[in-house]
Ligand binder design. Sequence first.
Ligand code: PEP
Length: 250
Amino acid sequence: MARKKLVAGNWKMNTTLGEAKSLAAAVAAGSTASAADVAVCVPYPWLIPVAESLRGSKVGLGAQNCSSHKSGAYTGEVSTGMLLEAGCRYVIVGHSERRHGLGETDAVVNAKAKAALAAGLRTIFCVGELLAEREAKQTEAVLERQIRHGLRDLPTDRLANLVVAYEPFWAIGTGKVATPEQAQEAHAFIRKEVSTLLGGTLAGSLPILYGGSVTAENAASLFARPDVDGGLVGGASLKADSFLKIVGAA
Ligand code: PEP
């Protein structure tokens, strides 16, 4: 099944306001002819000014996290409604830096995925194993657990907005990219698991992104694999030229 590719930049906790605006403007200008969908997931305080820089372009605005709650006494949190009002079309949930660095459990990620989909956001749901888990041949067991717990009880009428990102933790920000074969194997497994959980039609149309040290040099060989539908890009999304080369490879 032909799926439209998506390349999303994850700026993490980087950029000044000035850098964010000029990076967004350069990505917007360089993406006009892209066949793929393009998004940038930026720090919360830069959402509104970056929305302005992206206005009229084909680049979607995204956040890197959201609350599972609609409103109330949740100091420091940001709701999906606030993200929509700020101009977001995308949100990342369950990034491994939040799962492992900030203790987000499968249940927490599931609640966020439900909230994000219910709000109508394109929801980039991240999964991936640690190096020790891969070495212990636990990769599939970890992915199965993350998918079965993280994607349970989702709003069925909103599943067209679901995107999965396979991000092996050992590849994120390390320069150690998964081989195209490793990525393809994991993506095919994820698609099979999603098919079991949510049905074959949804699984067949689901974009599954690879993330972990994607660069302008390695993107094309990753994106050429049949189940790799684009990328979630950290470090290489902070420079317009490298990010746009990755967009061009999709
Ligand atoms: C990420 O932040 O999701 C990521 C994949 O980072 P990097 O591309 O820097 O490995």
